[in-house]
Design a protein around this ligand. Structure first.
Ligand SMILES: Cc1cc2nc3c(=O)[nH]c(=O)nc-3n(C[C@H](O)[C@H](O)[C@H](O)COP(=O)(O)OP(=O)(O)OC[C@H]3O[C@@H](n4cnc5c(N)ncnc54)[C@H](O)[C@@H]3O)c2cc1C
Length: 479
């Protein structure tokens, strides 16, 4: 088929690669310039205006890492050669290894490297034409209640195709383009993630090693009014992310470097990580706000809202970045789309769409709804409500997320199932339906917290604010 893909982010690049290698003729359109000869070091220096979160930390969960390795082994090897690091989470599991444990590997790599490796592979494919500096401005097609999309309108002229793929990311305007052709608007669910992110990358000093042994993945903690997470990168880099509620105007001061560093110094774990003897900062503080969970439904009661048009990646669904699902789902969408096109004849766009969405929807929807439930619970906790994450009949989403994670290092099976759930290797029902294992989590939590809840991993909010204001030369003000 002649396929045009709008957007060369993670989803567009991996879909182009999968389709081009399956024998389709692919045109990939991207509004940013495409630097064909760039090294990965040059990609880290940018520019990349098309994606606001390009330099934000990204984690590659085990499922995404496995799909990448199996589907595009050359890309995976290029990432390892460029310094990506494999973190063997299976080594955290107590007791005897089981089949499948070897898949529990997280890939530490910065996002610009991932795009660099994918783009390099894409540029080598004879069936893929990559056009940078081209702004997609609308869809071409035959009007109707279910319009037939036949191409894209761009800043460089029209591009005709048998199939149009929307990989324009979380701000894709494609829904309005389809409505201009007469389509019913895809039903969209959306809810705020309720947090703002501040991130900074660091480079480990020679001989320094991340303190991983006490954590299921890497250092993280909840302060009761905000939290911190760390992300491992390539080449001995890591990022500290401080997240705060969207509503906390005082803590937005963390966007300033002195305040961010002062906050890190107030939290014992991050104080060690940000210590100049341990690591040196290699980026500025990167803010990220306006975060939403969004899910679009392109199949209505009567079937697809348009023919010849399929959305992938963030344009279809995006969730709180703290759950790190986007890279994995981009790959799932790319590979399942390829399978759907292999199975369904090219002249049957209705069945193509039905097949594609049938393959991706159940897993995508359950992760979306879980993300919304977790965000709602966390927002309530950060507002001061007490939610019980230690019992199945308390806050169930938190019980299976934070509760299970809190005791996972104490029990092999809890650890395995928790990592497989987080890492998207299992469907949610694997743990959700295992009542015996959940009872074990309850027992472990009861034992662990017999003497009361553990101390918070950082200072009270007022103390943190005083310290960060002090770092900015500010005093006073209400807290
Ligand atoms: C702060 C943050 C942190 C994240 N962390 C993680 C993580 O740890 N792990 C994880 O798995 N996922 C993470 N994600 C999600 C992840 O980045 C995405 O899900 C994934 O990269 C897929 O994005 P995409 O390709 O669909 O869209 P994008 O990456 O946004 O790509 C869209 C592309 O379309 C181009 N484009 C846009 N408009 C036009 C136009 N009109 N014409 C031509 N081109 C256009 C853009 O320039 C861009 O290249 C994070 C997201 C955010 C916001």
């Amino acid at each position: 088929m002649r396929i045009v893909i709008a957007g060369a982010g993670m989803a567009g690049l991996s879909t182009a690669l999968a389709l081009g290698r399956s024998g389709h003729d692919v045109t990939l359109l991207e509004r940013n310039c495409i630097f064909r000869e760039s090294t990965w070091e040059e990609c880290l220096r940018g520019p990349r205006e098309g994606i606001a979160h390009f330099f934000q930390p990204h984690a590659f969960w085990p499922r995404g890492r496995l799909l990448l390795k199996n589907a595009f082994p050359d890309v995976y090897q290029a990432l390892l050669d460029a310094g990506a690091c494999e973190l063997h989470l299976n080594r955290k599991i107590r007791g005897e290894a089981q089949p499948g444990d070897e898949d529990l590997i997280y890939l530490g790599v910065r996002r610009p490297l991932i795009e660099w490796a994918l783009l390099r592979a894409v540029l080598r494919e004879p069936r893929i034409a990559v056009r940078g500096g081209v702004r997609v401005m609308g869809t071409l097609g035959r009007q109707g209640a279910v319009p037939v999309v036949t191409g894209l309108r761009t800043s460089e002229g029209d591009v005709q195709a048998d199939l149009v793929i929307d990989a324009l990311g979380r701000t894709s305007p494609a829904s309005s383009w389809l409505q201009a052709l007469g389509a019913t608007a895809p039903r969209t669910e959306s809810s705020p993630c309720g947090l703002v992110y501040y991130s900074r990358y660091f480079q480990l000093k020679p001989g320094a090693a991340m303190p991983m042994q006490d954590y299921l993945i890497s250092p993280r903690g909840d302060l009761g009014y905000g939290g911190f997470i760390t992300f491992l990168g390539d080449n001995r880099t890591f990022a500290i992310v401080l997240s705060i509620p969207t509503s906390d105007a005082d803590l937005k001061i963390l966007q300033h470097e002195p305040a961010f560093m002062a906050a890190c110094r107030q939290i014992p774990v991050t104080a060690g990580l940000a210590d100049p003897a341990f690591a040196e900062p290699i980026s500025r503080v990167l803010p990220m706000g306006g975060l939403l969970n969004t899910l679009c439904h392109y199949i209505g009661d009567e079937g697809p809202v348009a023919f010849g048009f399929l959305p992938i990646g963030d344009s279809l669904c995006h969730t709180n970045p703290a759950y790190a699902l986007g890279l994995t789902f981009s790959l799932i969408h790319a590979l399942e789309l390829c399978e759907a096109l292999r199975k369904v004849p090219a002249d049957d766009p209705r069945s193509q769409a039905m097949e594609y969405f049938a393959r991706i929807t159940p897993e995508m929807n359950e992760r979306y709804w879980l993300g919304c439930a977790l965000d709602a619970a966390r927002t309530r906790m950060w507002q001061g409500q007490r939610l019980d994450f230690t019992r199945r009949d308390g806050c169930h989403p938190l019980f299976l997320f934070a509760g299970a994670a809190a005791v996972a290092l104490d029990d092999g099976e809890v650890c395995r199932k928790t990592l497989r759930r987080m890492g998207v290797l299992d469907r949610l029902s694997t743990f959700d339906d295992d009542i015996v294992l959940q009872q074990r989590v309850e027992e472990l939590l009861a034992r662990k917290f017999a003497e009361g809840p553990p101390p918070r991993p950082g200072p009270p909010r007022a103390e943190l604010i005083r310290a960060v204001r002090g770092s900015m030369g500010q005093t006073g003000g209400t807290l």
